[in-house]
Design a protein around this ligand. Structure first.
Ligand SMILES: *[C@@H]1O[C@H](CO)[C@@H](O)[C@H](O)[C@H]1NC(C)=O
Ligand SMILES: *[C@@H]1O[C@H](CO)[C@@H](O)[C@H](O)[C@H]1NC(C)=O
Ligand SMILES: *[C@@H]1O[C@H](CO)[C@@H](O)[C@H](O)[C@H]1NC(C)=O
Ligand SMILES: *[C@@H]1O[C@H](CO)[C@@H](O)[C@H](O)[C@H]1NC(C)=O
Ligand SMILES: *[C@@H]1O[C@H](CO)[C@@H](O)[C@H](O)[C@H]1NC(C)=O
Ligand SMILES: *[C@@H]1O[C@H](CO)[C@@H](O)[C@H](O)[C@H]1NC(C)=O
Ligand SMILES: *[C@@H]1O[C@H](CO)[C@@H](O)[C@H](O)[C@H]1NC(C)=O
Ligand SMILES: *[C@@H]1O[C@H](CO)[C@@H](O)[C@H](O)[C@H]1NC(C)=O
Ligand SMILES: *[C@@H]1O[C@H](CO)[C@@H](O)[C@H](O)[C@H]1NC(C)=O
Ligand SMILES: *[C@@H]1O[C@H](CO)[C@@H](O)[C@H](O)[C@H]1NC(C)=O
Ligand SMILES: *[C@@H]1O[C@H](CO)[C@@H](O)[C@H](O)[C@H]1NC(C)=O
Length: 805
């Protein structure tokens, strides 16, 4: 330390002597550490040795308070990830001091030299005790013998940094967790936290107010947390879990040191893994949990209603208003709502007016933990609630439930959501629609007219729905008639006791068979299906109804005990990957490739747009494209995601081998739409163009993932360099350009920028023009290829892929 300070001190003497300029002295003192006698105050900061991080006073957003914090020096906009005095702000930094005290602790003194924060570390009387800001973002105190006696990574605030740990100290029983800021202007501890499961299992949970668990990571299975795909391998993170005598904890590190990332629990209760996108200079999320924001416990606070489908996710119940408009404007809602008019019951002085009444709210998720009363009728239930001044709502479903105190977790539900019920919310009579004042009356009249129209509409929609549903059921029966139901014995005979295996995939093995009429079939033995027989039959009949020249047709099924088998038409041409990637097969010429591409696009467009229910394939790759004897392409394995169920983590686990085709939404936690298929289709186009797997490429010396290299060529207009060498340039330039551009549009980071499969068909058919695509960026980042991002900035301005220019 001494040697480091020397040039600096002599420089300051030099400056003092000649300039008498204090800001320059302060600048000169800037180092990576605070030793005894030095302090951080005013706008002075210290910077870590490599220049990555900076420590000093900061003021969040619109606040007037000051806090000691650490932020990224290299990133504009002061992203603070650690705060010392999060609950004890100071108002004036000029005479405040952040320093090493006589007993070797870090302390923050306010203007009156009163300590407002202390590291509470083991006392150390050594003169050479020093606090150092490391290049990992960790602030450590080292005592005279250079032993670390305290570190900020042991006291995280709302951010879990790479290299830091979360867990539990088995000796003291203390949990090391991260707790949200109260709101974006106030780092004081908020209501949400991520912590190791207080019940002792090996998983992380998100907690509201230290008690209510609203999300869990899934147990550590030895390799990753089962519900969190980003903790698995094949991501840029290395998650590890440790359990020893002293503590049980998890850590993560970054495999590529230029990847800047942090994990934060934000003030609206969401856990987010952010990474810094250097090319567009912004933070992006890789991962957000819970996926459905309404699953955050008490997201909208007391008497707030969560509506997953609305752009304003939280609103107040009728007759209520936000408790803190300021927080609601930040999109932090947990302060909740308060009554506009207090209940008559709880305001005795207004006795004589009208009594309280109940507002009927249909399609609501009912709040948890009601009190169940044994009364005979809905009227008695209502009366029971009226009789207790602290009762705020009742519901009469199979019995009478009442809720006293704050109502939390109210959620607007939609058709098809389970658990919907009708809640009767208690309101002051004067707040009630239809009360005396004439002004109110006019509004209420409008409301009731709208209400009436809505009711009529709902009835109509309901009728149509019932009618169509009936029709569907009837059709399903008929189709089941044309679908052959095999016995297990039949299929054993047909496949010669499953002797000729055609292939295996994530969902089970496929065997060749011959029916009595000597037509050939492919029999798939499904694995990992968890649904009952009845549901399986329903799904299978739906799949059998889907018939298109570019989709592999389902001919029959078998369901016996736990065995589930599907019988498909046999495709003598085999799968696309065998034609593209195997050396011994004949090379597909360009014309054939174009026909195959067009066929796949048509098949997918049919699945997405023409079926009664949109079917997302979720696993498009060359292995799932089959060719018939005339090389007509047919998409296989559609509807599997539906058969397996909506358990995305399972789908992900099943598809871990095919990570290169997966759209970023799968790991970011954004909703999955049919555009994930467009993404995988785009990835596959690169393989069709080059005749090589995206992961194995000679051209670029195997340094990067092929599509990021190819996308760059495309945006530069250099298209022929991408074409399979074996074709010797024999391709229609217009078709090749179209396919290349479509491929690049399909793998855009944001699903909104990708074309629909219907548009892809029109482009390939020549009915629509396609403009030059921008360079997709996240792809390059996630595949660890940074070499091209810096200089080749994408045009961030969005251009419609169908732009006629
Ligand atoms: C730091 O504060 C001093 C005086 O309070 C001021 O002159 C100087 O410009 C400030 N420096 C920065 C970088 O804000
Ligand atoms: C902070 O304190 C300094 C000196 O004690 C004083 O000159 C300055 O006006 C104060 N600033 C504020 C904003 O109160
Ligand atoms: C310092 O903190 C003490 C105790 O909280 C308080 O009484 C005093 O007013 C503070 N002084 C300043 C200048 O903020
Ligand atoms: C530094 O801390 C270590 C561990 O607590 C202790 O063994 C050592 O004596 C301390 N050194 C000094 C100079 O205080
Ligand atoms: C103190 O320890 C750190 C790492 O623990 C080491 O890098 C540094 O050189 C040591 N300093 C001295 C003076 O021993
Ligand atoms: C959180 O829990 C504490 C008791 O543990 C309670 O006093 C407090 O009211 C709760 N906060 C809210 C917002 O319910
Ligand atoms: C992940 O971290 C652990 C422990 O720090 C280490 O043993 C392992 O080699 C790391 N894995 C990778 C892929 O770097
Ligand atoms: C980020 O971009 C800046 C310039 O835009 C460059 O200086 C820096 O090296 C880049 N960092 C990484 C990690 O690529
Ligand atoms: C109670 O009712 C009276 C008369 O209606 C009103 O003036 C008063 O503000 C009410 N009190 C509360 C706490 O709402
Ligand atoms: C009240 O009834 C609901 C279902 O109607 C049940 O889930 C809940 O456990 C019951 N609560 C109590 C306290 O019995
Ligand atoms: C109202 O309900 C609360 C909560 O169950 C209970 O403590 C209170 O005694 C009840 N009041 C009356 C008047 O029944």
């Amino acid at each position: 330390m001494d040697t480091e300070m020397r040039p600096c001190s002599s420089l300051s003497i030099f400056l003092l002597f000649f300039l008498f300029s204090s800001p320059n002295i302060q600048h000169c003192l800037a180092t990576d550490s605070i030793s005894l006698g030095q302090s951080v105050s005013g706008n002075r900061t210290i910077v870590s040795k490599g220049g990555n991080f900076e420590l000093g006073f900061f003021t969040p957003g619109n606040s007037r308070n000051y806090y000691i914090g650490i932020w990224y020096k290299t990133i504009p906009g002061q992203t603070v990830f650690w705060v010392a005095n999060r609950a004890t702000p100071i108002s004036n930094t000029s005479s405040a001091e952040f320093k090493i005290s006589e007993d070797g602790k870090l302390v923050l003194l306010n203007g009156s030299k009163i300590p407002v924060w202390s590291s509470n570390s083991t006392p150390s009387t050594s003169e050479s005790t020093v606090a150092v800001l490391l290049d990992t973002g960790n602030l450590v105190i080292r005592n005279g013998s250079n032993t670390t006696i305290w570190q900020s990574f042991d006291h995280p605030t709302d951010t879990w940094m790479p290299g830091g740990w979360l867990g539990v100290n088995k000796i003291t029983g203390e949990y090391q967790s991260i707790t949200s800021w109260e709101n974006p202007d106030n780092p004081a501890p908020g209501l949400f936290a991520e912590s190791m499961d207080p019940d002792g299992s090996n998983q992380f949970v998100l907690l509201w107010n230290g008690s209510e668990v609203y999300w869990s990571s899934g147990l550590w299975n030895g390799q990753y947390f089962t519900e969190v795909p980003t903790t698995a391998e094949s991501t840029p993170f290395n998650f590890t879990f440790h359990d020893n005598n002293q503590r049980k904890y998890a850590m993560y590190t970054i495999l590529d040191s230029s990847f800047i990332t942090r994990c934060v629990i934000d003030s609206s209760g969401l856990l987010k893994q952010w990474y810094w996108l250097n090319s567009s200079q912004e933070w992006q999320t890789v991962f957000t949990q819970p996926v459905a924001q309404c699953d955050v416990y008490s997201l909208c606070g007391a008497f707030g209603i969560c509506d997953q489908k609305s752009s304003n996710i939280c609103r107040c119940s009728y007759g209520f208003e936000p408790a803190s408009m300021k927080e609601w404007e930040f999109n932090v809602w947990n302060s909740g709502c308060v009554r506009k008019t207090s209940l008559r019951c709880s305001n005795k002085s207004s006795a004589g007016g009208e009594g309280d009444r109940f507002l009927e709210m249909t399609n609501m998720r009912l709040p948890a933990s009601p009190q169940n009363l044994t009364v005979g009728s809905a009227e008695d239930c209502e009366q029971a609630c009226l009789n207790n001044c602290s009762c705020n709502a009742y519901a009469y479903v199979s019995g009478c439930s009442i809720w006293t105190g704050d109502l939390r977790n109210l959620q607007r539900l939609y058709d098809g959501d389970s658990g919907a019920g009708t809640l009767h919310l208690r309101l002051a009579a004067s707040d009630f629609p239809g009360s005396s004042s004439s002004h109110k009356f006019a509004i209420d009249l409008t409301l009731s007219v709208i209400g009436g129209v809505l009711v009529i509409l709902c009835v109509l929609v309901g009728l149509i729905w019932t009618f169509r549903r009936r029709k569907q059921i009837r059709m399903a029966r008929k189709i089941e008639g044309s679908l052959i139901q095999f016995t297990y014995g039949d299929l054993q005979r047909v496949t010669k006791n499953f002797s000729e295996k055609l292939g295996g995939g994530g969902f089970g093995s496929v065997f060749k068979g011959t029916l009595i009429d000597s037509s050939e079939v492919a029999v798939k033995k499904l694995e990992g299906l968890r649904q009952g027989e009845k549901q399986f039959r329903t799904e299978v009949s739906t799949l059998a109804a889907i018939q298109h020249v570019n989709l592999v047709r389902l001919r029959g099924f078998c369901s016996k005990g736990s065995e589930r088998l599907l019988v498909y038409e046999y495709m003598s041409g085999g799968s696309l990957d065998s034609h593209l990637f195997q050396n011994n097969s004949t090379v597909l010429d360009w014309k054939m490739r174009y026909q195959i591409i067009l066929g796949i696009a048509r098949g997918l467009a049919y699945l997405h747009e023409k079926c009664r229910e949109c079917i997302i394939h979720c696993d498009i790759k060359p292995d799932n494209i089959l060719l018939d004897k005339d090389f007509c392409a047919k998409v296989a394995d559609f509807g599997m995601a539906k058969l397996i169920g909506r358990d995305f983590s399972r789908v992900l686990t099943t598809m871990r081998g095919t990570i290169g085709y997966l759209a970023p939404e799968w790991i970011s936690g954004l909703p999955i739409t049919s555009k994930v298929d467009a993404y995988s289709f785009g990835m596959m186009l690169f393989e069709l163009i080059s005749g090589n797997r995206n992961t194995m490429h000679p051209e670029d010396g195997n340094k990067s993932f092929y599509p990021s290299w190819a996308a760059k060529r495309i945006t530069e207009g250099d298209i022929f360099s991408l074409l399979d060498r074996r074709l010797n340039g024999a391709a229609d330039i217009e078709e090749l350009t179209r396919v290349c551009r479509v491929a690049c549009w399909c793998i855009q980071d944001s699903e909104g920028h990708r074309p629909t499969m219907g548009q892809v068909v029109q482009i390939l058919e020549g009915a629509l023009e396609v403009s030059m695509p921008p360079l997709p960026t996240a792809l390059q980042l996630l595949t660890g290829d940074h070499s091209q991002i810096g200089n080749q900035l994408p045009s961030t301005e969005y251009k419609d892929p169908l732009d006629q220019s």
